[in-house]
Design a protein around this ligand. Sequence first.
Ligand SMILES: Nc1nc2c(ncn2[C@@H]2O[C@H](COP(=O)(O)OP(=O)(O)O)[C@@H](O)[C@H]2O)c(=O)[nH]1
Ligand SMILES: [Mg+2]
Length: 224
Amino acid sequence: MSDSEEESPDKQVKIVILGDGASGKTSISTRYSGESFGKLYKQTVGVDFFLKRIVLPNNVHVTIQVWDIGGQTLGGEMLDKYIYGANGVLLVYDITNANSFENLSDWKVQVEKLISSKRDAKMPHFALVANKVDLEHLRVVKPDKHMQFVKDHKMSSHFVSAKTGDSVNLCFKRIAAEILNVKLSKADLDSSQPVVKAEIVPSVGVRGPSRPLSSQRSSLCTIQ
Ligand SMILES: Nc1nc2c(ncn2[C@@H]2O[C@H](COP(=O)(O)OP(=O)(O)O)[C@@H](O)[C@H]2O)c(=O)[nH]1
Ligand SMILES: [Mg+2]
C-alpha cells in the first residue's frame, strides 16, 4: 500500500470553510480532523487549521489543509487572507436555519469578488454543504432549494451531519478528488466509510516523525 509513498510528494489542497455562525463549521472540521488518528488542531489568531492526509484512487496522496475561521466576524481583509490560495470553499448551512442558507450567496459573491480582484488567482471549487441532517424533523431548507442553488451556482452538493459524522469524510474526499481531477469509483461514492487511509500530519513548525512535508510552509498558516 505504501510502496510509492516515498516517490511522489503529496498533492496539496487547501479547503476553507465558510458560512454563518452556528451552521456547524467548527464541528465539521473537528469531526473531520478527529475521526481517524487523533487530531492536531491549532489556533492562529482566530483561525483554526489542520492538515490531513488521505489517499485517493490511483494512489494519489493528498494533504488537505482545512481552515476554519474562529468566532470572529469575517471582515473583508480577514476573508482575503483566509481564502488566499484556497482550492476549495465549503459553503456550510444548517438545514434547520433558513437564514444560514439565504446568506450563502453573499458569502459566495464576496469570495468571488476577492479572488477575481487578484490577477493570478484561480477560482476555487465551491461546495454546498447542508449540515445537521440528523435534525431532519426540524428541517426548514427543502432539498429542492438546495439542489437549485447547486445548479444555479455550478457547485458540488453535500449533505452531512457533523454530529453523527454522516458523510463528513466523503464530503472532503469528493471535493479533493474533484479539485485534483481524480475519478472516484461508484463504490467510493456510495461508501460513507472512512477514507481508505488517513492520518493527521504534524503541524507547521513541528517536525514529523518520519519525513517532513516539503510543502509545509508556515506562511500559509499565519494570519495576522
Ligand atoms: N444536531 C446537530 N448539531 C450540530 C451539528 N453540527 C453542529 N451542531 C451544533 O451547532 C452548534 C454550532 O456549531 P459550530 O460548529 O460551533 O458552528 P460554527 O459557528 O459554524 O463553527 C453547536 O451547538 C453544535 O453542537 C450537527 O450536524 N447536528
Ligand atoms: Mg466556529
